[in-house]
Structure formats: structure tokens, C-alpha cells
Design a protein around this ligand. Sequence first.
Ligand SMILES: [Zn+2]
Length: 259
Amino acid sequence: MGKYGWLDSHAHLSDERLFDRIENVMSLCEENLVKKILTICLNFDELEKAFILKEKYPQIDIAMGLFPTDYDLYTEENWARLLEVASDDRVVAIGEMGLDYYWEKDEENKKIQREHFIRQIEIAKKVNKPILIHSRDAAKDTIEILKEVKHFGIMHCYSYSVEMAKEFIKLGYTLSLAGPVTFKNAKEPKEVAKMVPMDRILIETDSPYLTPEPHRGQENEPGYVKHVGEYVANLKEIQDEVLQEAINKNYDLLFRQYK
Ligand SMILES: [Zn+2]
């Protein structure tokens, strides 16, 4: 028992709040048995920073994608660069990408988001790497696109209903649970955590955002994924080690295509 440890399937280590004190961040990971971190890059500067981190910390995996509302990044030059880095061995997934109708109310812009979401899935399909999906207030359109453009990957920081969760699972997606599951008043994420099958679950911090209890109010970091994990294991009435084994196996299965 205990050979797996925790794993953070979604963090933003290139964010200066974590990058500038990375030694500190990584030492808390060690202390809390967080043995793998997938860091998400939202532009090419962040990607360069992630490559530097990976030199020193091989337990860091890297993903790169264009965030739904970063419209100014949707240039032909960047599409070409994204396609190029997508096939870099150090980049294990494409994303986060998706739809964010919480921050965007304009129909024309929502349409732009959908087009660019599809375009990024196509890139991921070309290199056969999983996609990391950001979806907020846009469950229906997200499902529709994923039905149309079939691929595989992770619903990051899953925050929709139990019914929707079943839809995403049916489509083959893995659900990653984040800090909100630990919040006292968050009923739905707790129901989702109980329901999601052991072969479709991952956990994450989305640090430096969404700090879980008992650190809510402080800045989030990957070491805190342990609190998400312990909370979820408790909800599922299983040992921490059982959840650790599941998330590590799920992660490896998703990323095995090119490892
Ligand atoms: Zn993120």
C-alpha cells in the first residue's frame, strides 16, 4: 500500500504566483506525497517556463492550449505554433480549451469559442493526445461538440450535475474533481464525487485558483491536492490508497498512447 501517492491533474505552475516560489511549492508536494503534476500552459511564454521546470522536476507533465476567452491569441501564427508544439514529446495533452459562457454573454463571441474549441480538438486528434476541457455554463454546447468531434480526455474541474456527468462519461471522458468538492455548501460536486466510477476519476487543484478546505482563502498550490483526494476518498468511503491507485492508473491509461 501507499506506493502510488497523489497526483494533481491540473495546475498552473507557470503562473508567477507558483513559478516564483517553485522550490517551496515542490517541497510541499513531496511532503504531501504528490508525485505527479500536470501543468497547464495558456500561451507560449508559459510553455517556455514549463519546459524549464521540467528540466529540474521530471515529475511535471506539460499541457498546452488556448483558453476559450483569450480571443487575441487566436491568430494564424499561434495556430501554426500550437500544431508544432502539440507534437513535442514533452507536451502530453492539448488544453485547456473549451467553452466559457460564464465570462462571455455575447453570442458572436460564443460562436468564436465553439469554432476554436473544435479547431483545438482537431489538433489533438492529429497528434493523438488527450484534451483538457474547460466548460463553464456551457454544458449543452460542450456535449454537442464532443459528440460531433469524437476524441478523449479530461473534463477539468467538473462542475455540472450528476446527470450531465453521466453524459460525459458515456462519451468516454474522465472527470477531474477540484477544490469546490470540499466546500461546505457544494452539494452537487459531492454527489458527482460519489457517483463517478473509479475508472473515470481524477483530482486536481487548478492552482493557484480554487483552494480547497482547510486552506480556503489562501493561495492554492499542487500540494493541496491531497486535501481534495482525502475528501473524495471519504465521500466514496474508500481508503486514500485505493483512490491514489485509481487516479494513477486512470492518468497512465489516458496518456499511454505516446509514452
Ligand atoms: Zn486551469
